[in-house]
Design a protein around this ligand. Sequence first.
Ligand SMILES: [Zn+2]
Length: 365
Amino acid sequence: MGYSLKIVQNTVLKKKPINSSELSDNEKHDIATGDYELHSWVDFDEDDNHWRVAFLNDRFHDSSTWLVYTGHVEIWKDDIMIRPLFPATSTLLKDYKPCGTAGLNGLDRQIIAVMNELSPGSLVDFSDLNISVAGPHVHPFVQAKAKHALAKAIQKGGRRLKLNSGYRTIAQQLLLYNHKQQGRCGQTLPVAVPGTSNHQSGLALDTPDWSFWKEILPDFGWRWFGLRDRVHFDFPGTHLGSHAIKAFQILWNRNNLNDQIKDDGQWGSQTQRRVNSSPVEGFGTSLNGFRGLRLTEPPFMEGEDVKKVQQALIDAGLSVGRTGADGQYGPATFAAVKEFQAREGLLVDGVVGSVTLRKLGILEL
Ligand SMILES: [Zn+2]
């Protein structure tokens, strides 16, 4: 556990950030490909081309710190590559302008998954009831008591309940809040600060059929909000807003090892900034927040990032197995990566990091 320096191409440790041919023998040290444990490292402020590293175990005993050229190495913390930072190729929440929240589905699913880890069973799926949802952005989750009441109300109503909104993640809530703050999307209704809406607690739903359901739902404990927010109904229950925020904070920390925040379940500017900086398609699905692809025990790593690498390997004339670019980092993909690395004179470890990505043409230099 800890930081390591992965030397992907044979390189030189330096005392000064200049070309190695201009350094005297005691100002440089050859270092071969491989993984080296680090005591610590920092970005080198004086230029963008070097990091300053300190090796564990005093390995290069003649000096405590060295500079390394960023083009030949990567810095890892455990299984996640943290340098180089990739240019943001994904859409961050703060830059997301569409009025609908469907584009946030990838991030939403990751937040909901962590929420279910945090408090198993606190949210139950009610898609088995007679309902229809307006799109993939509508998450049919409520607390168990609220579902029980809803089941009875729908039976009494005798018709399908159409949903415009159900469980809303804090990412969705922040998007609505951003729209309101920036005067977009004709957002005239009041928008709750993320974490405070009953939609984040699994205690609310919005239906376009409000005039029908306002005569039925209240008999089963679901309150109608009145004309101020006429599509909205909510149910009394435990507030899970801080759970919803904590779930995001944990998700962020898992994917941003070099930018850890407090997972205290409190909404504040620190958390708001991180939600705004989250990729709407979810973490690890694009090159932003790259997780470093490798062969794992099953289940294998999977996602769009794997698919991109597989396609590039196929384009380079290598086979990734019978199923082609299936998005699964299995043994055939692992073998193809190693073959590619050997061909390119790189460290042959079957792990896809920045240098391999560049050689594959996925990342520009
Ligand atoms: Zn609502």
